[in-house]
Design a protein around this ligand. Structure first.
Ligand code: 5SP
Ligand code: FE2
Length: 224
């Protein structure tokens, strides 16, 4: 793996106490999180609801300098680009499955000043996302069916990560779903460098140690 890619840990606050969103987020950052992964669900693309841009904007008002990635599990990603940019989002990661014109959505995200992340579900072939890589800053390979935290890691998705790392040594590759100390080795060895971890970090006895362990494992794989 290319040595100048960074190992970055972005905890998901999905399974935290959302009535304390600011406190939980600040705690993760104080414990060494490199960025925050904010799971936005609309009840259409996935059978669950979370929060939208008004909540993200309130969080941004309290946390000025952290990198916010929104994972947009929504049926119409184009609809929320402008409100999310206005809310202070740094990276807008959307699923390509429901989108007719992926290039247009990528362009609009860039024009609004955010980075572009392209996400695919476990059943989506990696070739579907490959054609858009030149327009993106990151590809997210889902390692669970999107919609809920706390699910089992799907190791069979590592073939996609391996394929991308082999062909795109400079690409930021993120994994999301069931990732924690027990599964980070698979992700790191396959070539993922951006790690989302929800339940495993939120529920950890020592959050800082868990975040460090995840980062160290990725760094070690990158240095080989
Ligand atoms: O996007 C999603 C789920 O759809 C994720 O961000 C998960 O919420 C991460 O949580 P764990 O699987 O690590 O508990
Ligand atoms: Fe997510």
């Amino acid at each position: 793996m290319a040595k100048h890619l960074k190992a970055l840990i972005g905890p998901s606050i999905l399974n935290s106490d959302l009535s304390r969103l600011y406190e939980e987020s600040q705690k993760l950052l104080d414990n060494g999180a490199d960025y925050l992964h904010l799971d936005v669900m609309d009840g259409h693309f996935v059978p669950n609801l979370t929060f939208g841009h008004p909540v993200v904007k309130c969080l941004r008002n309290k946390i000025k300098d952290a990198f916010f990635e929104t994972h947009m599990m929504v049926a119409n990603p184009e609809q929320w680009i402008s409100p999310m940019a206005d809310a202070g989002v740094n990276q807008y990661t959307f699923h390509i499955e429901p989108v007719d014109d992926v290039e247009r959505v990528c362009r609009k995200i860039k024009e609004s000043g955010m980075k572009v992340g392209l996400a695919i579900k476990p059943g989506t072939p990696v070739s579907d996302v490959e054609k858009y890589i030149s327009m993106s800053d990151m590809v997210l390979i889902m390692t669970v069916e999107p919609g809920f935290g706390g699910q089992k890691f799907m190791e069979d998705q590592m073939i996609k990560v391996r394929h991308l790392r082999e062909h795109y040594p400079l690409l930021n590759i993120e994994v999301d779903g069931g990732v924690g100390p027990a599964t980070i080795g698979c992700c790191a060895n396959a070539g993922a460098n951006m790690i989302v971890s929800g339940t495993a970090v939120i529920g950890a006895q020592d959050q800082a140690a868990t975040i460090k362990q995840l980062r160290d494992t990725v760094q070690q794989a990158m240095s080989q």
